[in-house]
Design a protein around this ligand. Structure first.
Ligand SMILES: Cc1cc2nc3c(=O)[nH]c(=O)nc-3n(C[C@H](O)[C@H](O)[C@H](O)COP(=O)(O)O)c2cc1C
Length: 268
């Protein structure tokens, strides 16, 4: 077994008598119950009420689970302070949320935290998990199960390998890609729509794509790059790439309007 995956379990509330203790206990028990022969976890419970060497402990972590209640349709101020006192410690690492509260179950706290962590380049693990679930499904296995098997010794939410030297990794805009290469590179929603009006943030995204992602293909003759996004500015990544040329463009309106579904070669 490789070294345990280090998970930082972060308390969102510092309120005296907080319910957060109960939820953190539950989350810790759930994580412990996931320990198997090939996957072990080391838990560090980080409590903003006891701010001991927090940056160092976040730096050591491989992944984060944030346990947050909802306060006034947002997340608690001590959690924001903890996040803002740190920065690079979060970069390119997966973050998951456990929320609680009133009727909403804390969903609005999580909505806001997703925006905050996107800014910190923490990685969305949702699509990576969906992809792995699809590969492991009976339907996929029936048609293509003979082609490869997922490797059990490298099968995490942000990276999984197969037994034919293939792998899939998830990273974020500006996040870690050095030393990695691919035959299919998919860039999904590179812009934070709320920041699309900022010239400097938009330009840093297009530059990241030009400088980092363009050099990540294994073989430029056969590799494919796909960008999936909603348009949010004339000079967003789609606008930038269309101006460069050489891309197939599939344009789907948010609401279906005949005949505006087009590819660059023909209307569909
Ligand atoms: C100041 C304050 C504001 C709250 N606002 C909301 C809210 O907007 N939506 C909600 O679902 N619950 C809200 N709640 C309920 C809390 O989410 C719930 O009491 C939760 O258990 C608090 O977590 P804690 O005890 O770990 O601090 C609020 C509670 C407090 C104290």
């Amino acid at each position: 077994m490789e070294r345990p995956i280090r998970i930082a379990l972060i308390y969102g509330s510092t309120r005296p008598g907080r319910f957060c203790d109960t939820v953190v206990r539950w989350a810790a028990a759930e994580i412990q119950s996931e320990i198997t022969k090939s996957a072990a976890f080391e838990l560090d419970q980080i409590d903003p009420a006891e701010p001991m060497a927090i940056a160092e402990r976040l730096h050591r972590a491989d992944a984060f689970i944030v346990v947050t209640p909802e306060y006034n349709h947002g997340y608690p101020a001590p959690l924001k302070a903890l996040i803002d006192e740190t920065g690079a410690e979060w970069h390119a690492k997966p973050v998951a949320f456990v929320s609680y509260g009133g009727v909403s179950g804390g969903l609005r706290a999580v909505e806001q935290l997703r925006l905050v962590f996107a800014e910190l380049h923490a990685v969305s693990i949702r699509d990576s998990v969906k992809c792995r679930t699809l590969i492991e499904s009976p339907w996929y296995q029936r048609f293509w199960g003979d082609r490869f098997a997922l490797a059990s010794d490298q099968n995490t939410k942000t990276r999984f390998d197969n037994d034919r030297s293939g792998y899939r990794i998830a990273t974020s805009v500006g996040g870690a890609a050095t030393g990695e290469g691919g035959d299919r590179i998919v860039c999904d929603d590179p812009h934070n729509v709320q920041e699309a009006e900022s010239d400097s943030i938009r330009t840093s995204t297009t530059e990241w794509f030009d400088v980092v992602m363009s050099t990540r293909v294994n073989d430029p003759r056969t590799a494919a790059r796909v960008v999936v996004m909603q348009r949010c500015h004339q000079r967003d990544l789609s606008g930038h790439l269309l101006a460069q040329g050489g891309w197939q463009h599939l344009r789907l309106p948010a609401e279906f309007e005949e005949p505006r579904c087009e590819t660059s070669s023909r209307a569909i």
